[in-house]
Write a protein that binds this ligand. Structure first.
Ligand SMILES: NC(=O)c1ccc[n+]([C@@H]2O[C@H](COP(=O)([O-])OP(=O)(O)OC[C@H]3O[C@@H](n4cnc5c(N)ncnc54)[C@H](OP(=O)(O)O)[C@@H]3O)[C@@H](O)[C@H]2O)c1
Length: 231
């Protein structure tokens, strides 16, 4: 049986396009109000247009996760509009430039860890205490099942860090009503996934919603959205 999300508010980072846009639409179909995020306000236009005919409320936050202060600003924009966020999808992400692993600079490693991982910690630090206080929260961070590709090791390491963070945080969140999961979307045809991805971007649904609309997955676990195709 799926949970009704009517009246719940969800922040979906990186929902201006790609996987995050699909998640925003999926949540709205289940009745959730959505805070859309992109690097600029303009970038959120297409998602807001897609959500407009749906019977939900929509807000926008924008900015990059390239710095700690930028990440905190997205949290502040969110809380100043919607004091109670019930659902967080930390979904934004970038891949590092393709190059020999020995040529990847310290700065490139640090930059991708800031965008893909440290920003998730900032989002969780900003939004989870209130979920705990409210006794309800659903947190899903987007990981990757990327195999051993040395040229993309920084990207892969940020995703494995997310998995470990989620696992450890699930212990912190035990008995609070707040759950946390890592979601591997599968290889999808998006700007990041490229044209050779195995599945169209729409195939991230309904799987990506499973830990939010059901309680079948143990908190702290990594799951693959593609395992729920045709649900
Ligand atoms: N596609 C795949 O096959 C695949 C596989 C495994 C995991 N993933 C993960 O799924 C997530 C979404 O990927 P996608 O394929 O949908 O990518 P995408 O189409 O390239 O979309 C990326 C999203 O992240 C936002 N973003 C990019 N850089 C940002 C930054 N520096 N600060 C803040 N936001 C930023 C973008 O905002 P703008 O539109 O404003 O640029 C956009 O909304 C990522 O975490 C990715 O690692 C994807």
């Amino acid at each position: 049986m799926s949970r009704i999300l009517k009246g719940r508010w969800a922040l979906v980072t990186g929902s201006s396009r790609g996987i995050g846009q699909q998640i925003a639409l999926g949540l709205a179909r289940h009745g959730a109000n959505v805070v859309v995020h992109g690097r600029t306000e303009k970038n959120t236009d297409s998602t807001r247009q897609l959500l407009a005919p749906m019977d939900v409320e929509v807000r926008t936050v924008y900015g990059t996760f390239d710095t700690e202060s930028g990440s905190q600003d997205v949290v502040h924009q969110t809380l100043s509009q919607i004091p109670r966020i019930d659902i967080l999808y930390g979904n934004h992400g970038v891949q590092n430039d393709w190059k020999d692993v020995f040529d990847i600079t310290h700065k490139e490693w640090a930059d991708i860890f800031q965008i893909n991982f440290f920003s998730m910690v900032t989002l969780c630090n900003g939004l989870l205490p209130q979920m705990i206080e409210n006794g309800f929260g659903r947190v899903v961070l987007t990981t990757s099942g990327i195999p051993d590709i040395p040229q993309l090791t920084p990207y892969g390491c940020t995703k494995k860090s997310i998995d470990k963070y989620v696992f450890d945080m699930s212990a912190q969140l035990r008995n609070t009503g707040v759950t946390i999961h890592s979601m591997d979307p599968g290889w999808l045809r998006t700007d990041l996934g490229g044209p050779n991805g195995m599945f169209p971007v729409e195939a991230v649904l309904p799987g990506a919603l499973v830990p939010v609309i059901t309680d079948v997955l143990e908190s702290g676990s990594v799951f693959c959205a593609q395992n729920y195709r045709g649900l």
